[in-house]
Design a protein around this ligand. Structure first.
Ligand code: FES
Length: 94
C-alpha cells in the first residue's frame, strides 16, 4: 500500500456537531483538509468515516501518520528531525 501524502505536519482543529457523519481524508491529497474532496480516486486510499460523539472542537490528524486516525495521537512530533525511529533507538519507550 502506498504511503499517504503528508498534507500538514500538525493536527487540524475543527468544530464538529454531535451525530454528524464526517469523511476524513486519508490520502493527503484533498484540497479541503482534513476533509475528503474525492482526490483519492484512482489510488488505494479511501476516506475514513466517523460520527462525532459530541459537539466540540477536536484535533484531527493532518500528517496522515496517526495510529488513531482520524484523531491526532502526537505522532507528528516525530516526523521532523530525528523522528520516531531515532526516539526508540535511543531506548525511549514512552
Ligand atoms: S497531526 Fe498526525 S499525529 Fe498529529
Amino acid at each position: 500500500m502506498k504511503q499517504a501524502e503528508d498534507s500538514a505536519k500538525q493536527p487540524i482543529a475543527v468544530e464538529v456537531i454531535a451525530g454528524k457523519v464526517y469523511l476524513w481524508c486519508a490520502c493527503g491529497k484533498s484540497q479541503t483538509q482534513p476533509w475528503c474532496d474525492g482526490s483519492h480516486a484512482g489510488s488505494d486510499k479511501a476516506p475514513l468515516t466517523f460520527t462525532a460523539k459530541e459537539t466540540a472542537t477536536i484535533y484531527l490528524c493532518g500528517c496522515k501518520h496517526s495510529g488513531h486516525a482520524p484523531f491526532c495521537d502526537g505522532t507528528h512530533q516525530f516526523l521532523n528531525g530525528g523522528g520516531r525511529d531515532q526516539y526508540f533507538q535511543d531506548g525511549q519507550t514512552d
